[in-house]
Design a protein around this ligand. Structure first.
Ligand code: DX5
Ligand code: ZN
Length: 235
């Protein structure tokens, strides 16, 4: 079990809620997605993370709208959709219609990010912005007050099972400072290379949401892995 001490101090925000674990379906058995979704449904994780890749923004193709629509009836968990695609603004309403609750677009894929964020919110979803490992947190300065979540990529997006980039810790600190400076209220999500070895550290540093693919689905007991990442709660 991972025990996460509650941090109370001037440089950190006070955590009144436990962190959120968002298992990523990318590492599940694609021949049996229904079973994977039902497993997450039975778990303590409140969100299901869904990675959409177009083979252009990232060098891989995963799944898209029809798959999200097909799995939607099998769980009430929050659908946290991470778009790794060019021109995401074209598909905002389509993702809403497929059952998306929270839609995250990449800073690097959006020329008119402010307009895209507004359209996500107008469609009835929470809006997130993801940053690639090389993109500085300061590029969020003029959008941070408008968004519900920042996804810090802790690997280069495109594939599951990669190793965690340590500089992410510095980015969490910079992001906390930016959120505090702007009086913003957005969640900090960490995506890539998260597992039992770093989950508690990430939460201690200020992560609100932990995405986990490989460390959940490529283990013999995914339910126990989710529970451990959640802080050792029972299923
Ligand atoms: C990577 C995806 C991640 C991926 C994480 O491009 O955005 O959500 O599923 O996988 P792990 O947890 O295996 O690093
Ligand atoms: Zn992701």
């Amino acid at each position: 079990a991972i025990f996460v001490p509650v941090r109370v101090g001037p440089q950190h925000h006070v955590r009144s809620m436990p962190h959120i674990v968002a298992p990523s379906l990318l590492s599940a058995d694609f021949a049996n997605l229904q079973a994977a979704v039902e497993l997450v449904d039975r778990s303590v994780a409140p969100w299901l993370h869904l990675d959409v890749m177009d083979g252009v923004f990232v060098p891989n193709i995963s799944f898209g709208l029809p798959v999200i629509k097909a799995i939607r009836p099998h769980t009430k968990k929050v659908f946290d959709v991470h778009l790794m695609i060019e021109e995401p603004q074209k598909y905002v309403q389509d993702f809403r219609d497929a059952g998306t609750d929270r839609l995250t677009v990449h800073m690097e894929a959006c020329t008119h990010l402010h307009r895209t964020v507004q359209s996500i919110k107008k469609a009835g979803m929470k809006a997130g912005v993801a940053l690639n490992p090389h993109t500085p947190v300061r590029t969020l300065e003029d959008i941070i007050a408008d968004i519900d979540l920042v996804c810090l990529m802790s690997v280069n997006p495109g594939f599951g099972g990669q190793s965690f980039i340590q500089n992410t810790y510095n980015k969490i600190t910079a992001l906390q400072e930016l959120i505090a400076a702007r009086g913003a209220g957005c969640l900090i999500e960490i995506d890539g290379g998260v597992g039992a070895n770093n989950a508690a550290d990430l939460v201690r540093h200020g992560a609100d949401v932990l995405v986990a693919g490989n460390s959940v689905f490529n283990t013999p007991d995914p339910l126990t892995a989710i529970a451990a990442l959640s802080g050792g709660q029972d299923n």
